[in-house]
Design a protein around this ligand. Structure first.
Ligand SMILES: [Zn+2]
Length: 103
């Protein structure tokens, strides 16, 4: 009897069954420690928000999680008023002036 295993079938799965590390690589998402920031910075990011659900600014954010995605730093959390997810993009001062401000 010939072994049926001689025929190898490769199945490309498109469901969410891919390993965690692969998704991390594709997304290039790097976890950062929000609480490593200065107290002032934390308060600023937690208070200076925009909620798409409330359509209102500076409602506040709870449960912040900081991460970097494609070179941009974000703080993701929940609206303090309605609980919907909100994301704040952080403009890093250290990247300013890299495009020819100085002679
Ligand atoms: Zn809201």
């Amino acid at each position: 009897m010939l072994p049926l295993t001689a025929r190898t079938v490769h199945t490309l799965s498109t469901d969410s069954g891919q390993p965690e590390y692969l998704r991390e690589m594709v997304m290039e998402r790097i976890e950062r420690d929000f609480y490593a920031r200065d107290e002032e910075d934390q308060q600023a990011f937690l208070s200076q928000t925009w909620c798409n659900n409330c359509m209102e600014a500076d409602l506040g954010m709870v449960e912040p999680q900081e991460y970097e995605l494609n070179g941009v730093v974000y703080v993701e959390g929940k609206c303090a008023k309605c609980g919907e997810p909100i994301v704040t993009e952080i403009a890093d001062d250290s990247t300013d002036g890299d495009w020819g401000d100085e002679d």
